[in-house]
Design a protein around this ligand. Structure first.
Ligand SMILES: *Cc1c(COP(=O)(O)O)cnc(C)c1O
Length: 375
């Protein structure tokens, strides 16, 4: 048996939707892009959505549109995919990391205020693994210090906190449609916001900084990018968004099967879902106890791979990535909660077509190897 970490689900209807676009000549900036923007905005509950070429591009455009620049500081989490911090560097601003809370693995609001300076412009929170950050607490701090609040919800499409969807808590949020995400476009991303000016700027910036009102042929009023998303991708995304509730239910089912089968196993900690949270599961990440070393975790990953089961250490801390260490002088010990957890996480295979029989195979092997991994 060979079980990958993630796998996109492409149905016959999805394929048909793509082929439909290929029969016409609107391959980019056409009706499918507009339709997708309308539908995702409705699903999330924002006034505006701007589709772009990736989640990273979405984050970058928000930085640019908010005029975050050299000399500015942005507070963010070191426990994330690297894109949530790189976007700050793209505009030459300085990322300021704040350690995470050990339950949700999201930025710890209690540790933020001591990091705020005159240069702080924004707080960029991430809904890690699909679990909402503590947005009410983050909002309070942002308001008190007059900071922008930005939401990287790349992993949290459909997650809710107290009935409010992720992506709607700050001035703008983003989602990603990379093949391991809840819905996929091959590549793709979107900015969601209720702020008209920000939506306008992102729309112009994604298309080479064009003037959008009273459009004159090829008139560029600002330095922009080519961050456009194609109609081919948007057609695929529309097709998947149609079944989003079914997709999220399937993923929920898989998470509860893992929980049921692993909850009595000693030596590990399963994902925690706080009350008031509706999870859109992105990955299923188990944490090993402190009696296991990072080396033993790595050995577990290797042995599982030998059985055909792909697992991964999610996420290596951003501040310990070689170029961040070099640029900012970060070292081990700087963000101890993040490091201690990152050293012992293991993401199990997780995608919505995963069968119970495969989950049994994964769990059996996981249990057996975990027992033997301590030399
Ligand atoms: C996937 C992801 C992104 C970036 O999305 P891309 O579409 O791959 O550029 C950003 N932040 C987080 C937390 C992600 O998981």
């Amino acid at each position: 048996m060979k079980i990958p970490l993630a796998k996109p689900e492409i149905t016959i209807a999805d394929r048909k939707a793509v082929i439909e676009v290929l029969k016409g000549s609107d391959l980019s900036l056409g009706p499918k892009v507009q339709a997708f923007e309308k539908q995702i905005a409705r699903y999330i509950g924002t006034k505006y959505a701007v589709a772009v070429s990736s989640g990273t591009a979405a984050l970058h455009l928000i930085m640019k549109a908010l005029n975050i620049k050299k000399g500015d500081e942005v507070i963010t989490t070191p426990f994330s995919f690297i894109a949530s911090t790189n976007c700050i560097l793209y505009e030459k601003a300085k990322p300021v990391f704040v350690d995470i809370e050990s339950e949700t693995l999201n930025i710890d609001p209690e540790k933020i205020e001591t990091k705020i300076t005159k240069k702080t412009k924004a707080i960029l929170g991430v809904d890690i693994f699909g679990h909402p950050a503590d947005w009410p607490a983050l909002k309070k701090i942002a308001k008190k210090y007059n900071l922008y609040l930005i939401e990287d919800s790349a992993e949290a499409l459909g997650s809710e906190l107290k009935g409010k969807k992720c992506g709607t808590f700050g001035i703008a949020g983003i989602f990603s449609f990379y093949p391991n995400k809840q819905i996929v476009g091959g590549e793709g991303g979107v900015i969601v916001t209720n702020n008209q000016k920000l939506a306008y700027l992102c729309r112009s910036l994604r298309n080479q900084g064009r003037r959008l009102e009273k459009e004159k042929w090829l008139e560029h009023v600002r330095l922009g990018f080519n961050y456009r998303l194609t109609d081919i991708q948007c057609s695929l995304l529309i097709s998947q968004l149609k079944r989003i509730n079914r997709i999220l239910r399937k993923r929920m089912k898989i998470a509860s099967l893992y929980e049921k089968k692993l909850k009595r196993l000693a030596g590990i900690q399963l994902p925690i879902v706080k009350s008031g949270v509706k999870m859109s599961w992105f990955v299923y990440v188990v944490r090993l106890n402190e009696k296991y070393s990072p080396r033993e975790r790595d050995l577990l990953i290797k042995k599982l791979a030998q059985r055909g089961i792909q697992t991964r250490a999610y996420f290596p801390p951003i501040h310990l990535q070689p170029f961040y260490q070099k640029m900012f002088g970060y070292k081990r010990g700087d963000f101890p909660v993040c490091e201690k957890i990152a050293d012992r996480t293991i993401a199990l295979p997780f995608y919505h077509q995963l069968k119970e029989k495969e989950i049994n195979f994964i769990v059996q092997n996981f249990k057996r190897i975990l027992k033997n991994v301590k030399a």
